[in-house]
Design a protein around this ligand. Sequence first.
Ligand code: 13P
Ligand code: SF4
Length: 322
Amino acid sequence: DVEKVNYKARIKQLLVERDAVLVAHYYTDPEIQALAEETGGCVSDSLEMARFGRDHPAKTLIVAGVKFMGETSKILSPEKTVLMPTLEATCSLDIGCPIETFSKFCDAHPDHTVVVYANTSAAVKARADWVVTSSIALEIVEHLDSQGKKIIWGPDRHLGSYIAKQTGAEMLMWQGDCIVHDEFKAKALRELKIKNPEAAILVHPESPASVVELADAVGSTSQLIKAAQTMDNDTFIVATDRGIFYKMQQAAPDKILIEAPTGGNGATCRSCAHCPWMAMNGLQAIEASLTATDTTPHEIFVDDSLREAALIPLDRMLNFAQ
Ligand code: 13P
Ligand code: SF4
């Protein structure tokens, strides 16, 4: 529609004027991902977003995702202005892991290596020995386990259990979850598979163990896109945020993609396969972030001492991932 076309045109112009680049996550709405592609930005998983933002020469990063992604970008590029369409875009994992209680949990087990998921506040990262994203978590825990380390894992309990099972590592688990992935239901998925026996099931490991057990491939967003592209099946049942279909269909244009079933009715479903915080990254909000005279609702600031402490485990991850 005309309004959207106008917004897009204005954003494109503003990005150039402000020497800014749009960095979007796969879970944002398709028009946001398309805009990032058209303007030389990136659409990717959380690990790649961090790298892209750090290495891009633009003075300003517009991070279309959720708050921890903006904070990670600022920690890696303090000299850049990091703006978000809205700072209200948070994450249930971040909310469910407040620094005070998490820090006490860590203090109670001083002989453990603290590994935290990227979906956490800068303060929680600053308390950690390692930060991981879902695309590199398994390898990093394998590495730590091979050195005989005992691990504190936070905050996603499903991802943590998956990794513990795969690696055999000794892991003390924080009990957080993602409100999107926690909704996928094994029973309904089994029924869907019976109706589509040739389909392969792709699952993000933030999903419950009963759903992960049914998977033909388990992985981060980028790994699931790769699986849809490279596996021989014609049809895929996909258990992750539906935002991923834009890129997955682009990567595998001839494949049929089906959404995995969630809790279903609005009464029981907390988010039904689309993250409400990712959905806040609309065109209007992006334009607002680029035009605001008072950037308070958009700009990410991370306290210097916190930033320096959080950079250590983040750099560890990025160096390990190279
Ligand atoms: P990845 O893109 O790293 O798989 O992260 C998934 C996620 O939940 C981001 O919010
Ligand atoms: Fe957080 Fe889940 Fe939303 Fe990702 S999809 S930002 S993990 S609530």
